[in-house]
Design a protein. Structure first.
Length: 288
């Protein structure tokens, strides 16, 4: 909704100001100029990125339009899941606990939080480090360093769509100039025509420069920023997992370890201590 509203305001103000100053909208409708600019932008996008990034960019744009960021409910589910897992690690034998992380889809703990379970990369992240914890011979600082390295790797992958869209935005002004130059070339071939025809051709060429700059700074650059914001908020879930599990490894009780994770949540979305306690103490699922 925010993206659509922003586009309406941007386009409305640009075109409204143009019309208010005496301009004619039909002059701006130059489909072949748009074909050159946007078609070339699509082509360079396909050249620069592999198919995985291309597909993920489409997914990221969809997430940006939906503003698909974790909500407070998602944070509470994650903290509740971690609390249940830490409680199981603390009270059950290694063999009993391993069944949860070896096959999370059949685990009573993971099944209680379908929103977490359907996110396979994050579920795998939780299970992998829970396994390392129960092995017992890994030091907390070693696990923390490994977690940070993996989070950085995941973050780089998650932000590839942002960089791909930003590259389009960076190239669009130049592609607008390409379209304008081609338009001028066309106009030069019509020098024997009337001034009215020649003026129309020159105006059409200049629309290419306008369109390239407008799409760059008015559409694609803000969209890249939005994609980055959404993906970074989704990555925050991994930091919460890291802070919670490392605190547990360092000897904190499960409920205390949750506070380390809770503090990693943005203040805008962070649940209160009372909310976390209401979700976990006495209410978290157990395999018992």
């Amino acid at each position: 909704m925010g993206i659509i509203l922003g586009l309406i305001v941007t386009v409305g103000c640009v075109l409204g100001g143009y019309v208010a100053s005496g301009g004619h909208l039909y002059v701006l409708w130059q489909p072949y100029e748009l074909l050159i600019i946007l078609g070339a932008a699509l082509g360079t996008f396909l050249i620069a990125n592999n198919m995985k990034v291309v597909k993920d960019t489409g997914k990221a744009i969809g997430e940006a339009f939906k503003n698909a960021v974790p909500k407070q409910r998602d944070y509470l589910d994650l903290l509740s899941l971690l609390h249940s897992l830490m409680r199981e690690m603390k009270s059950k034998s290694r063999s009993e606990f391993e069944s949860h992380v070896d096959n999370p889809s059949e685990s009573v703990i993971f099944s209680a939080f379908p929103s977490i379970l359907k996110n396979k990369p994050m579920t795998d992240f939780i299970c992998d480090y829970c396994r390392l914890i129960i092995v017992g011979n890994a030091r907390p600082h070693e696990i923390e360093a490994l977690m940070e390295e993996e989070i950085q790797t995941v973050a780089r992958d998650q932000l590839k769509p942002k960089h791909a869209i930003q590259d389009i935005a960076d190239g669009l002004p130049a592609l607008g100039i390409v379209a304008a130059v081609l338009g001028i070339v066309h106009a030069m071939g019509a020098l024997d025509q009337s001034p009215e025809v020649l003026g129309h051709l020159v105006g059409a060429a200049l629309v290419g420069t306008f369109a390239g700059i407008f799409f760059s700074y008015g559409v694609f650059a803000p969209l890249a920023t939005k994609v980055k914001g959404v993906r970074e908020k989704k990555m925050r879930m991994y930091v919460i997992i890291k802070q919670t599990l490392i605190a547990y490894m360092n000897g904190a009780l499960p409920q205390v370890a949750l506070e380390y994770g809770r503090k990693a949540i943005s203040a805008y979305d962070r649940p209160t201590i009372d909310q976390v306690e209401a979700e976990t103490i006495g209410g978290a699922p157990s395999a018992a």
